[in-house]
Design a protein around this ligand. Structure first.
Ligand code: BDR
Ligand code: CA
Length: 313
């Protein structure tokens, strides 16, 4: 097999983060160097614990999990218990993890890893607010040139926002961090709501996870059945958007997605549109292209990939 892609998953689990982690664990093309937790959907104490629960569910207790930023760079913390439940991972009944949290600070781990791995080989996969990534760039700006790419879930344009009319949760929670990351010069692939709102956890798809007849399959079905409730009420759809696994799916099968290179700028000035990702889709400015912004997804292919890979765990 060709060299495995080295990745760091930066995450705030979250049921959809959890499914993204499971997809990565089920995929031998990927080498997970570490999982770094950040405050987001729920506070850090819970996101780091949830990350460990998912490692154990996947049968990968040897995975290194680190805790990072406890709050956004500038703004007050915002969480999303109304979507993810009190624990952040409501739905399945998962045991308390027994594997240890690493002592090293997640931001130091990110910096050290990128500085010590071969130039241009590490991909960052942020699935939550970009606080840890921004802090790493502040701590050691040299990492920017050494990172292969950032593939992230965040933002929205044609679909608007999901926490305000203008802003998507991950960018809204820490717009200053997002601004720094989008100005960093690192190649960015962005999975906005425009993509993830097309990847719906329809009942027939959830059933396929349950039919796997495994712990992972049942826990995934339980997670999705809880997680989709909020969005089904909001959008009146069959199923809710499965956001974060799009990031990992892109690494495995980029042909499932299509989009275009654009300039993306982050609103950090106006309260009304705070955290908006202003995407120059039509190229009406001369601002440099700084991200490959995805717009479409082969959603059947995406769910087939998920079921197949989770079925390996
Ligand atoms: C994003 O926000 C979180 O609630 C999800 O985990 C996802 O990363 C979607 O806006
Ligand atoms: Ca997330």
């Amino acid at each position: 097999m060709a060299d495995r892609q080295k990745i760091i998953i930066d995450t705030d689990p979250g049921q959809d983060d959890a499914v993204a982690m499971l997809l990565a664990f089920g995929s031998p093309e990927l080498e997970i160097l570490g999982i770094t937790a950040v405050a987001g959907n729920v506070p850090l104490k819970l996101t780091e614990k949830n990350a460990r629960k998912i490692c154990e569910l996947a049968g990968k207790p040897e995975t290194k999990v680190f805790a990072g930023a406890i709050r956004p760079l500038v703004r007050d913390p915002v969480s999303a218990e109304e979507v993810h439940g009190k624990t952040g991972l409501d739905g399945p009944d998962l045991p308390e993890p027994t594997m240890k949290l690493q002592e090293q600070y997640a931001v130091d781990f990110i910096v050290e890893t990128i500085m010590s791995e071969k130039f241009g080989t590490v991909t960052l996969c942020p699935l939550g607010p970009l606080t840890n990534i921004a802090l790493a760039l502040i701590r050691e700006p040299k990492i920017a040139k050494r990172i292969r790419q950032i593939v992230l879930m965040g933002g929205g344009f044609f679909e608007g926002g999901n926490v305000t009319p203008a802003a998507e949760f991950n960018i809204f929670v820490d717009p200053q961090a997002a601004d720094l990351v989008f100005r960093s010069g690192i190649p960015i692939v962005m999975m906005p709501l425009d993509v993830t709102h097309k990847a719906l956890t329809k009942a027939s798809r959830v059933e396929k996870f349950r039919k796997l007849g495994t712990r992972v399959g049942n826990a995934t079905a339980d997670m999705l059945e809880f997680f989709e409730l909020f969005d089904e009420r909001k959008y009146g759809s069959d199923g809710g958007p499965l956001h974060d696994p799009c990031v990992i799916a892109y690494l495995l099968k980029p042909e499932l997605f299509s989009g275009r290179e654009c300039n993306v700028a982050i609103e950090t000035g106006s309260e009304l549109t705070m955290g908006m990702t202003v995407i120059d889709w039509w190229g009406v400015t001369k601002r440099p292209k700084n991200a490959l912004v995805m717009h479409d997804i082969d959603h059947d292919g995406f769910f087939d990939l998920l079921v197949e890979r989770l079925g390996r765990l």
